[in-house]
Design a protein around this ligand. Structure first.
Ligand SMILES: NC(=O)c1ccc[n+]([C@@H]2O[C@H](COP(=O)([O-])OP(=O)(O)OC[C@H]3O[C@@H](n4cnc5c(N)ncnc54)[C@H](OP(=O)(O)O)[C@@H]3O)[C@@H](O)[C@H]2O)c1
Length: 251
């Protein structure tokens, strides 16, 4: 039996991950600020999977102390955590230097500093248990610097991918600790973050389909995965190597 904590579980990818991991036999700890959404999701999951245990907790990932306190109390409630999915994220932003430092800062604090707090809190628990699986949700936008409203968002997602790789590297030097680190680079997956984006956005997939790819990568415990693999696996490689002026047009 695997017990998985998911942040940002009140909508989009996080909520669907909860549904699919519960169906795959995981007990769950679900966190977000909108607890009424978590309560509805718990009721839905328990109706479909009455044998699962689903704990919920209010959490703002920009509140450092709360991240440590909530992760530990959910671990105590469920008898330990096997896996933590660092998923909570925000897509606010504006071009740098256009007077919206407030929006860019909020995205940076949620997506990077919030993710750092979550990684610290998860790794404390995993180091104590000598085992665990840390999953970090980055983005295909992490492949290169992005223009317009995406600049800060993409920088935070490159930051969390580097953070995850650094933790993975640290764990390679600790053979006594059975800790796996997986970085997920989602392409466009339908969620609240992009609900205002036109339906015909190139390569957008439905939430269920996109999350199915994420669950597959998580369960395999791979180091990293671009999801869905088509077109993002080859496109990611192209994005890394093409001239910036070309990448700009792809996104
Ligand atoms: N959808 C895509 O195409 C796509 C692509 C690449 C990467 N991603 C990443 O996937 C993750 C999930 O995003 P999504 O697409 O599913 O968007 P979403 O539907 O907007 O979900 C975002 C989740 O993050 C939570 N959240 C935001 N700020 C928070 C905070 N300060 N404290 C705690 N929770 C917070 C929200 O919960 P509350 O508001 O209830 O707190 C919500 O559950 C994000 O990290 C996003 O960057 C998404």
């Amino acid at each position: 039996m695997t017990t998985t904590l998911i942040t940002g579980a009140s909508s989009g990818i996080g909520a669907e991950l909860a549904r699919q991991l519960a169906a795959a036999g995981n007990d769950l700890a679900l966190c977000a600020r909108r607890t009424e959404r978590l309560e509805e999701l718990r009721a839905e999951i328990l109706a479909a999977q009455p044998d699962r245990r689903v704990a919920i907790a209010a959490l703002d990932v920009t509140d450092d102390d709360a991240v440590f306190r909530v992760f530990r109390s959910l671990a105590d409630e469920l008898g330990g955590l096997d896996r933590v999915v660092v998923n909570a994220g925000l897509g606010k932003g504006a071009p740098i230097g256009t007077g919206r430092y407030d929006a860019n800062r909020e995205t940076a604090m949620t997506n990077f500093v919030g993710a750092l707090a979550q990684c610290e809190a998860a790794m404390e628990l995993f180091r104590e248990a000598k085992r665990g699986h840390l999953v970090v949700i980055s983005s295909m936008s992490a492949m290169r610097g992005m223009p317009k409203t995406m600049t800060t968002y993409a920088a935070t997602k490159a930051g969390v991918a580097a953070l995850a790789e650094g933790i993975r590297s640290e764990m390679l030097g600790k053979p006594d600790l059975d800790i796996t680190v997986t970085t997920i680079y989602p392409g466009y997956i339908r969620s609240e973050m992009n609900e205002k984006v036109a339906q015909q956005t190139r390569f957008m997939v439905g939430t269920e389909e996109g999350v199915r790819g994420i669950v597959e990568a998580i369960e395999k415990g791979v180091d990293s995965a671009r999801v869905p693999a088509w077109p993002w696996k080859p496109l990611g490689t192209a994005m890394r190597h093409l001239p910036l002026g070309v990448v700009r047009k792809l996104t």
